[in-house]
Structures are given as C-alpha cells and as structure tokens.
Design a protein around this ligand. Sequence first.
Ligand code: MG
Length: 323
Amino acid sequence: MSNKAIFMDRDGTLIKDPGYINNPDQVKLLSGTSEALKQFKQMGYKRVIVTNQSGVARGIVSEEVLKQIHERLKKLLAQEGAGVEGIYYCPYHPDGVIEKYRKESENRKPSPGMILAAAKKMDIDLERSWVIGNSYRDIAAGQRAGCKTILINAEFDQTYRKPTDPVPDKQAVNMKEAVNIVKMYDRRSRSAVEKTTSISEDDGPSEHEIRQPDTVPAEQQSRVAQVRAKGGHGEAEASKTNKLLEEMLRHIKEMQREGMFEEFSFAKVVAGIIQAVVLLCLFLSLVFLTDHTKSASSVHTMIGYAIALQLMVIALYMMRDRR
Ligand SMILES: [Mg+2]
C-alpha cells in the first residue's frame, strides 16, 4: 500500500448543504474547500469524496443528475486550481421509494464500503489515511475502515450527539483547521521516524537492538574495549562506537521520560494536590487577615507557603511538558 488518502464527506463538509441537492446549480463550495484540497495534495495525499446519496433511492435525484452535480463540483474546484482523485457515492437506502435502490448497503456510511473500495482501487494504506466529515456517520465509517478521523462543523451534530456515537480522533471548526491537524500529525510522525533513523544509521544498532536497550550497552562496550586494544585505526572506530553509544543512551533516556509522563502523568496528580494546598494556604491567609488575634507574620507565612508551592506546581507542569 503505497498511497495515503484523505476521504471527505461531500455535503456540509466540502459544499453547502441545503438539503437534498438535485441540481448542479445548487453546488456551492464552502469557504476554504479548494485551498484545503490543494494543501492535501501538496502533503502527498490522494483526495477522495465519499458521500451518501439516498436522494437517489428516495426519487429526489437521478444518478444521471448526480453525475452532472459531481461534474459541476469538479469544474468549480478546477477553476480554483483544486481537484479530487475520486468521488464515490452510495445511492441506496432501505426506505427508498425506487425499488432498484431500496436496500441496505455496505457502501452506505457508517459502513466503510466506499472507503474500502477506493483503498483497493487506489492502493491506499488506510492506517496512514484520514476521514473528514461533519457527521458521526462519517467518523464511524472512518473508524471501521481503520483511518484516523476528524469531525468538522460539529456544532449541529454535537447537539444531537448520541451516547453511542463514536469519538473522533480530532475535531475542527472547518477544513482549514483540519488541514493544520493533518499537517501537525505528519510533522510529528516524520520527526519520530527521523529520530529513529538517525540512530539506526551509522553502522549501528538494528531495530532489534533499539527495542532491547538493556542488553546493548554491555555488548557495545565490550566491542569498544576490543577495538581500543587494537590501537591505531581501531581508535577511530572506538570513537565512532562511543558516539553511537551516547546516541543510544540519549534515546533510551528519552523513551523512559516519555513513558513516565505518557502512561499515568504522575506529575499531573501531584501538581493537582499541591495546587489544592496552595488554595488552602491562600484561604488561611485570608482568614488570618480578618482575625485580629493573628499577627501579620502569620499572614505572610501563609502567603510565603502559597508562593513556594505554586512555584513547585509550575515546575511540575514544565517537567511534564518537556517532551
Ligand atoms: Mg455531511
């Protein structure tokens, strides 16, 4: 699977949704659609529209007109220098009035049929792909296909969110924000890969060695000792190996630090407890201030504690964020 893709819903995601569109003249691009599609192309994604069109089964629009609508959509995008690599639609609905289209379909979102068909045809790696849509049906289809998901324009749907609705990976107010989310994700993935590559290059550790860091330093150290014993040309090799060892130790430390903060966020819990104590100190200083039997130094002491503890909270949060 060599390609990655952005699968997008049509109505309310890329174009305005006035209800059932049954005329090409009703196609109006949403602000930011063309720019988003151009950006996705630059980022190396195939762009595929996947849209439920039960209007066909309901007799509101024919497949012939639907094709004209999609031609109109492509034309509008082309005028702005954008485009898509594929448009998949599902004309079926179990309550349709036209018998030919009255049925359940694996292509109808929340089922992932359209996404799976496009992936097969276009050689798409679904794990590296995203589904973007403005309804929970889109998100469910994306998750069932194994893609990452972004729910956009979600205000309406949030109101009617059912407990059984899926939780998207990300939410965005519009396509522009969705582009930024994907961009940021790609950047992070790239830097993670580069980090690993820089360690595995330099004639050094294999993937196996990185996964089992505990055993590597001892082996490498004995190599260093042997090389040093040879002297001359061996010195250069020993220096290279030392450099490699340092890189590996740094990487191990990073992994340990990430694991510590990711799995439970112990620092966060401690910071929360200390923050509560800070509030208590401030409250006591206020009580002492109004209590004439207490001296000013009691108030100052409480405020002093509050400041010191607050600094600890800030330090803990900074440690947590150092990743
Ligand atoms: Mg929609």
